[in-house]
Design a protein around this ligand. Structure first.
Ligand code: UDP
Ligand code: MG
Length: 318
């Protein structure tokens, strides 16, 4: 019988865990889908892991792990994929903003032969205006740069175990889960859903963490910023040629150039371009440095205790 693994990254979600476990297990039992729930506590500072352990004791289909510190949602997703043993794996938020009713639809698509089922957002629900602005802007820039419509796509998706294996075999550490499943290809089917309101607690994203996320993801998926450096260089050279000709013409016609305004402007423009370019190159260099060091993407400090005697899993760090 085919088993569905559900991977749920959780950062400071102690209030959400019990409810999420109940909702999901009731739904999946009712739909007669064999399942396992895998919670990854991303270095939470509250009782998230204790709640996961409690849930695991009450339900043999629940297990989870705790990170040694906060490694980010991406890392938590990959840890979950690594632990998942199902024939298909769904990744979803544990605050139930990804509506559970969609799960049976995704499962049905998988049964019918889909290898990737993409959860596509229809709207972002009732979120704060500031969040909407920053997230909206963020996804627009992202979509342009990596040529995937990020505005509608999300981390809520189902992957066949083949696809999971492909993603886990990628050597890179700075990943972007949302775009990687597009990149990997496979038979993809969309499923539409509406973002729900958060059950408990608050969103973990601030404007700055979103910005950092944006820069990391753009640079992990596109070298366009590096090519921009070249374009900017060409533009400033063209500009200086024009200026040179103009100055020469003025000199020959006898109207001498007065003051240093042009010189100062040129220095500022070229200096600005140079610093920006160096910054972009520096960022990519830092990324290469991080990849080359080959540090693990996450460190697991605890796993749920095997109270039911039927839990197996490759508890290795990766
Ligand atoms: N999350 C995580 N690590 C983090 C931040 C968030 O695992 O560093 C989890 C969080 O617990 C939730 C999901 O990622 O299950 C989405 O986070 P959140 O609800 O804060 O984001 P939003 O829904 O507002 O985009
Ligand atoms: Mg959320």
């Amino acid at each position: 019988m085919a088993v569905l693994s559900i991977v749920l990254p959780a950062y400071n979600e102690e209030q959400n865990i019990p409810n999420t476990v109940t909702v999901l297990s009731n739904l999946l039992t009712e739909k007669e889908i064999a399942y396992e729930l895998i919670f990854i506590s991303d270095g939470s500072r509250d009782g998230t892991f204790a709640e996961i352990q409690k849930a695991a004791e009450g339900n043999p289909n629940v297990r989870g792990a705790e990170f040694s510190r906060n490694f980010g949602k991406e890392a938590a997703i990959f840890a979950g994929l690594e632990m998942a043993g199902g024939d298909a794996v769904i990744v979803m938020d544990c605050d139930l903003q990804h509506p559970p009713e969609i799960i049976p639809k995704m499962w049905q698509q998988w049964l019918e032969g889909a290898e990737v089922v993409e959860g596509i957002k229809q709207d972002r629900g009732k979120e704060k205006l500031g969040y909407k602005l920053s997230a909206g802007l963020f996804y627009k820039v992202m979509s342009r740069l990596i040529k995937i419509d990020m505005n509608a796509s999300s981390d809520f998706k189902l992957l066949d175990h083949k696809v999971v294996e492909v993603l886990l075999s990628l050597p890179e550490r700075n990943t972007f889960f949302r775009a990687l499943s597009f990149w990997a290809g496979f038979r993809t089917v969309p499923v539409y859903y509406e973002v729900q309101e958060r059950q408990f607690g608050e969103s973990k994203w601030s404007f700055f963490s979103l910005m950092k996320y944006a820069i990391t993801n753009v640079t992990s998926f596109s070298t366009l910023p590096l090519q921009m450096v070249t374009v900017m260089g060409v533009i400033s050279i063209l500009f200086s040629i024009v200026l040179f000709i103009q100055t020469l013409a003025k000199f020959l016609s006898g109207t001498a150039v007065e003051g240093f305004t042009t010189v100062i402007l040129l220095i500022l423009i070229i200096g600005g371009f140079l610093m920006l370019s160096l910054g972009i190159i520096g960022h990519y260099l830092a990324r290469i440095y991080e990849e080359v060091k080959g540090r693990p993407r996450y460190i697991i400090s605890k796993v749920t205790e095997n109270v039911h005697g039927n839990i197996i899993g490759p508890w290795k760090t990766k």
